[in-house]
Ligand binder design. Structure first.
Ligand code: NAP
Ligand code: ZN
Ligand code: ZN
Length: 350
């Protein structure tokens, strides 16, 4: 077993604090990764505070993991010691159902997706995430990372990146599309970058006046401040597609008013309470509300390769592990530009 340092939440009300545990010894298909950086996703907060229910404690959050391969099992083919590698939100699945065979492992038809943390491995052991100095993962769920990009800024691509790239692709957003991005946070700023890179006209919706200039620099063609309902009139019935990244309960009605006939609003933010569905604005335009969860391993690799080719990374603020509780409070106040990333070197002294 491999002694591992981390930060964990012991209960849903306790702050994260140092925690030691053991990773499994390498199986033939496993790689061991020395974690160098891990992004801080709003899902970490939802789960550490048990806002979705069913959380497993102690919990070591973190599913935006990048680092360097430090050991490989005897059957590993894709990686060698010293390679850069990444791990996202999942570390295994049934691998045999229709969805897994289609590399949509996050939608495993047998409900056997093994989440990187707050999940259980096939042997029943709890999984622990990336707020730690190393991780052991099957190579089939390990991603290759290009050395061309700033490694710390790549970390958020493993969740925020793929969660926004995947639905934009699925709904065929491209040149000529007019899209909306709701919320300029970790996911939102990646949706904005991808939408712009795919050639769409992007309207950024935000509650924060102090983010308007940034939104334009990140690629927004228009910015709508949502606290004044009149501002929505400027883009009424003009959008083909909206990606909504908001983590808190909110009214969908004004956003649905900006969709064209047959428009689609994809909810990727996962508030802890159900959202109300206003039916009139859907019915009068044959509009749809959909959901989407991260993306499969194949598509995640494709997204990472696209980012390496187009020089796309996340805008980040690097923090030491010891500042994680403060960082959570700032995320909750929408005060992050635009993703916190933990420098795991800070764990050495913990
Ligand atoms: P985040 O960095 O906190 O960003 C959310 C943004 O939403 C905020 O920065 C803020 O942007 C806006 N916002 C916050 N409260 C709001 C409110 N009450 N009304 C309207 N807008 C509000 O969070 P994130 O890491 O991007 O995650 C967003 C959500 O996606 C979370 O619920 C997370 O669990 C979920 N998620 C889902 C998936 C998936 O696979 N579906 C994957 C990852 C994360 P402005 O300041 O611009 O308004
Ligand atoms: Zn996430
Ligand atoms: Zn499956």
């Amino acid at each position: 077993m491999i002694a591992t340092k981390s930060y964990a939440a012991q209960t849903k009300t306790s702050p994260l604090a140092p925690f030691s545990f053991e990773r499994r010894d390498l199986k033939p298909a496993d790689v061991r990764i020395e974690i160098l950086y891990c992004g801080v996703c709003h899902s970490d907060i939802h789960q550490a505070r048990d806002e979705w229910g069913g959380s497993i404690f102690p919990m070591v959050p973190g599913h935006e993991i990048v680092g360097r391969v430090s050991a490989v099992g005897s059957a590993v083919k894709k990686f060698k010691v010293g390679d850069l590698a990444g791990v996202g939100c999942m570390v295994d699945s049934c691998r045999t159902c229709v969805s897994c065979q289609a590399s949509e492992e996050q939608y495993c038809d047998n409900s056997q997706t093994v989440w990187t943390y707050n999940g259980r491995d096939k042997d029943g052991a709890p999984t622990y995430g990336g707020y730690s100095d190393q991780i052991v993962v099957d190579e089939a769920f390990t991603l290759s990372i290009s050395p061309k990009l700033d490694l710390a800024a790549v970390a958020p691509l493993l969740c925020a990146g793929i969660t926004t790239y995947s639905p934009l692709h699925h709904w065929k957003v491209g040149k000529g599309s007019r899209i909306g991005v709701v919320g300029l946070g970790g996911l939102g700023h990646m949706a904005l970058k991808f939408g712009h890179a795919f050639g769409a006209h992007v309207v950024q919706f935000s509650t924060s006046p102090n983010k308007v200039e940034d939104a334009k620099k990140l690629g927004a063609d228009e910015v709508i401040l949502t606290k004044d309902p009149k501002n929505f009139e400027k883009v009424a019935r003009s959008l083909d597609f909206i990606i909504d990244t908001v983590a808190a309960p909110h009214d969908l009605t004004p956003y649905l008013g900006t969709l064209k006939r047959d428009g689609v609003l994809v909810q990727v933010g996962v508030p802890n309470k159900p959202l109300e569905v206003p039916v009139f604005p859907l019915a009068i335009k044959r509009a749809s509300i959909a959901g989407s969860a991260i993306g499969g391993i194949k598509e995640t690799q494709e997204m990472l390769d696209f980012c390496a080719e187009h020089n796309i990374v996340s805008d980040i603020e690097i923090i030491p592990m010891q500042k994680i509780n403060e960082a959570y409070e700032r995320v909750l106040k929408s005060d992050v530009k635009y993703r916190f990333v933990i420098d795991m070197a800070s764990l050495a002294g913990a």
